[in-house]
Design a protein around this ligand. Structure first.
Ligand code: 1HA
Length: 271
């Protein structure tokens, strides 16, 4: 892994290796709980990875082997509707990151060791794939600590593990080990902690051998209905991009620029 240059972060590490970008929440003293600044940095790194043509897959993880992320840092949770940044402004910007994970056209893999709790579980849930270590533990705490994620945190969990199980997770605030999570379809696989990185990188490398366009359109497809019109927009944008790459699409542009009527006669009407 090499650190990505020109990016100064305090709350995360951002590095890369052969087509893979890795974003690691680096607050192990609080089990990688996030504060608003942490999420701003994750979003910045994620955008950087998205626009870097050398990167095909992104790993989201936590530093230290004991926690992926324990959700919002309760020490900076204020009284004015969110988590306080250093300027005293309150945010719920975990919701912004959730959307960016879903709209990033490259696959994002959660690499989970230890706790994935509260908003931390929601982040791993929204990643496209989750590779967990055998010490991983999953759960929601909202109803215990005075919070809830009634957006993707409820809806996508229900799609992922089923409505009954999702209600159990949220209504009882229990914790589930990696094996239980695997049986529910909450995560993709479980490996011994010492093999976590190796296995995650192997999954990433396998995706890197496949068609980036196919993966991109499939990711948009998986989100399309649950994202409503915005999801259809994302999916349809891929059709527009592909159309722009065809002679039929280009004939329209060329005719306009050459100030002539377009001639689409050579393009077949396919059945
Ligand atoms: O619900 C939302 C949102 C909803 C809508 C929109 C935006 C949202 C954004 C965020 C969230 C949330 O994430 S709410 C849920 C917040 N998270 C939690 O309630 C989990 C709190 N942590 C725990 O329950 C436990 O720490 C643990 C089950 C993950 C681990 O327990 P363990 O192994 O006993 O460790 P523990 O001693 O509790 O933690 C180690 C250190 O990390 C402690 O600090 P220390 O006493 O050593 O100084 C502990 O206080 C700290 N820590 C752990 N989690 C957090 C934390 N400090 C601040 N915030 C945390 N989340």
């Amino acid at each position: 892994w090499t650190a990505v240059e020109g990016q100064a972060f305090t709350d995360i590490l951002y590095d890369r290796t052969e087509g893979i970008a890795r974003i690691s929440i680096n607050r192990p003293h609080v089990h990688n709980a996030f504060r608003p600044e942490t999420l701003v940095e994750v979003m910045k790194a994620l955008r950087h990875a998205r626009f870097d043509p050398e990167i095909g897959v992104v790993i989201l993880t936590g530093v230290g082997g004991k926690a992926f992320c324990s959700g919002g840092d309760q020490r900076v949770r204020g009284d004015d509707g969110g988590y306080k940044d250093e300027e005293g402004v309150h945010h719920l910007n975990a919701l912004d990151l959730q959307r960016e994970i879903r709209t990033c056209p490259k696959p994002i893999v959660a690499m989970v060791a230890g706790w994935a709790i509260g908003g931390g579980n929601v982040l791993q849930l929204l990643c496209d794939l989750t590779i967990a270590a055998d010490n991983a533990r999953f759960g929601q705490t909202g109803p215990r600590v005075g919070s809830f994620d009634a957006g993707f945190g409820a809806g996508i969990l229900a799609r992922t593990i089923g409505v009954k199980k999702a209600k159990e997770v949220w209504f009882l605030c229990r914790q589930y080990d990696a094996q239980q999570a695997l049986e529910m379809g909450w995560i993709n696989t479980v490996v011994p902690l010492e093999r976590l990185e190796e296995e995650t990188v192997a999954w990433c490398r396998q995706m890197l051998t496949l068609s980036p366009t196919a993966l991109r359109v499939l990711k948009a497809a998986f989100n399309a209905d649950s994202d409503g019109a915005a999801g259809i927009q994302e999916l349809a944008g891929n059709a527009t991009a592909l159309f722009y790459m065809t002679e039929e699409g280009q004939e329209g542009r060329d005719a306009f620029l050459e100030k002539r009527a377009p001639d689409f006669s050579r393009f077949r009407r396919r059945p």
